[in-house]
Design a protein around this ligand. Structure first.
Ligand code: BES
Ligand code: MN
Ligand code: ZN
Length: 492
């Protein structure tokens, strides 16, 4: 894999000479004078600003070779937009963008001068998080003519470097590495990441970071009565699996408390017998993004070591049409005991999640968050900028919303109330899995019946987990949405 696993981070209050020999990035607000501790650099930036060639608009960047005596060999002007609109999300994206630019222009050492900030710790963390996210590439199968040089060192320059800031930067880097790890899984084709391979990768990661892991086999899934997961998985030659990964600190504050994160793990979604049309079906290789995000969050949690027990549960299956597939009209008996009519085999996510949620309750979960690329309808409602958040508990919903906001992954609360229940009422069974539009709410309402009295939040990340186009700070493809929210919620 080409992604550098590690970026050498440096926090300093002066620009290292090695960076001056190569490249220095300077943040520019469109409505403020350029600030840079180095007079030569400052003057060079001012000249460009005066020429009107660079206005400091957000998501813009200008690279130029500075003449001798201007403090650095190359300067990168990094637009941050208006000061009043500035927040950590702007900085994360800008840091990602400058790292992508540096890599494209074969820069090995780069220094970023941070803008003045009220909370230097959060700012430093966001810069290192954004920079690390900017390293991500998903052209795994592409040949490149020239060997790409990698960015090796990244220096964050602040007015006063301290150990707290170094720690903040490390934390940002580590969380972003877990996000990138989840993105790699999501972007991987269905061919190389079927359910049992997904489980093997989870086990490999768990081993590396000291987590406990087990996965239930197809036989166990059947014998325990997980008819939803088995119903979806049985049509494929690739057997389903239920991945269970645990973080159990000795000194948990409350041994009775157990948070469960449940992630949809459909390694490829053809729709099954209710087959999808071909257009963009390839994106369904990322229909396990929720599961990958749960595993990515566990990877970060294992390193941050909060004092709270957490279990990650990923029901994994491939949704395929075959002679063994579940058919529209079939009824499955789920782990919770409810019978569910399968009105549409393409509404498979909720079928595997209801068994995942029921399993979380069996394990004694006291709070649940599930993450899923569940519906096209949430994309219609909210687009790519916000995840849909559904909940049966206002207090838990507020906590997750706040964590999501702080993590820079905003969510928007939507209803999952009984006034939509007609859509999940079946003529022949306890519930049905599909009843027409609007579907994101109906899907969430069905899940809520399985969470029952346990405080539960469902994040529909179908829109936020995927960039339809290349971004200044990221390639087209998986975003790793949800990892940072879960980490912020658990460790923030
Ligand atoms: N995995 C899809 C939802 C999805 C669509 C995710 C587009 C990302 C991008 C899900 O399993 C699905 O097929 N949902 C259907 C449900 C419908 C057929 C009841 C949908 O939303 O169209
Ligand atoms: Mn589907
Ligand atoms: Zn799906």
């Amino acid at each position: 894999m080409k992604n550098p696993k590690h970026l050498e981070l440096e926090i300093s209050d002066r620009i290292p000479d090695a960076a001056k020999d190569e490249a220095v990035a300077v943040c520019v607000f469109k409505d403020e004078k350029v600030e840079a501790q180095d007079e030569g650099i400052k003057r060079a930036c001012e000249q460009i600003a005066e020429s009107g060639e660079f206005k400091g608009e957000a998501e813009t960047l200008l690279l130029f070779h500075a003449p001798d005596g201007k403090g650095a060999r190359r300067l990168l002007l990094l637009g941050l937009g208006a000061r009043a609109d500035f927040d950590l999300s702007v900085l994360r994206r800008a840091a990602g963008m400058v790292v992508r630019q540096a890599r494209a222009t074969h820069i090995k050492r780069l220094a970023l001068l941070l803008p003045r900030a009220d909370d230097p710790q959060a700012t430093t963390r966001a810069a290192s998080e954004g920079a690390t996210l900017g390293l991500y590439e998903n052209d795994f199968y592409q040949h490149h003519e020239d060997e790409q040089t990698e960015l090796e060192r990244f220096a964050i320059i602040t007015s006063a470097a301290s150990d707290e800031l170094r720690l903040a930067a490390e934390r940002g880097r580590m969380v972003a590495e877990s996000v990138n790890w989840a993105r790699e899984l999501s972007d991987e084709p269905g061919k190389t990441l079927p359910p049992r391979e997904f489980a093997r990768r989870a086990a490999e990661m768990a081993e590396e970071f000291g987590l406990k892991v087990e996965s239930l086999s197809a036989e166990e899934i059947q014998s325990r009565g997980m008819g939803g997961l088995w119903g979806v998985g049985k049509g494929s030659d690739e057997l389903p699996a239920l991945i269970v990964i645990r973080y159990e600190p000795d000194e948990a504050r409350d041994q009775n408390e157990l948070w469960a994160f449940v992630g949809k793990g459909i390694t490829f979604d053809t729709g099954g017998i209710s087959i999808k049309h071909g257009l963009d079906m390839y994106e369904m290789k990322a229909d396990m993004a929720g599961g990958a995000a749960v595993l990515g969050a566990m990877r970060a949690i294992a390193q941050l070591k909060p004092q709270r027990r957490v279990v990650g549960i990923v029901p994994a299956a491939e949704n395929m049409p075959s002679g063994r597939s579940i058919k529209p009209g079939d009824v499955v008996r789920t782990l919770a005991g409810f019978n569910v009519e399968v009105a549409d085999t393409d509404a498979e996510g909720r079928l595997v999640l209801i068994d995942g949620i029921a399993y979380a309750r069996q394990l004694g979960a006291t709070r649940i968050v599930d993450l899923a690329t569940l519906t096209g309808s949430i994309i219609v409602a909210l687009g790519n900028a916000r995840a849909g958040l559904f909940s049966n508990d206002d207090e838990w919903a507020a906590r997750v919303l706040k964590a999501a906001e702080r993590a820079g992954e905003p969510a928007w609360r939507m209803p999952a109330s009984d006034d939509y229940k007609k859509r999940i009422e079946s003529d022949v069974a306890d519930f049905k899995n599909y009843g027409g539009r609007p579907d994101a709410t109906a899907a969430a309402l069905l899940l809520s019946k399985f969470a029952a009295d346990v405080p539960w939040v469902h994040l529909d990340i179908a829109g936020t987990s995927w960039y339809d186009d290349p971004q200044p700070h990221a390639p087209k493809g998986s975003t790793g949405a949800g990892v940072r929210t879960l980490v912020e919620l658990t460790c923030g």
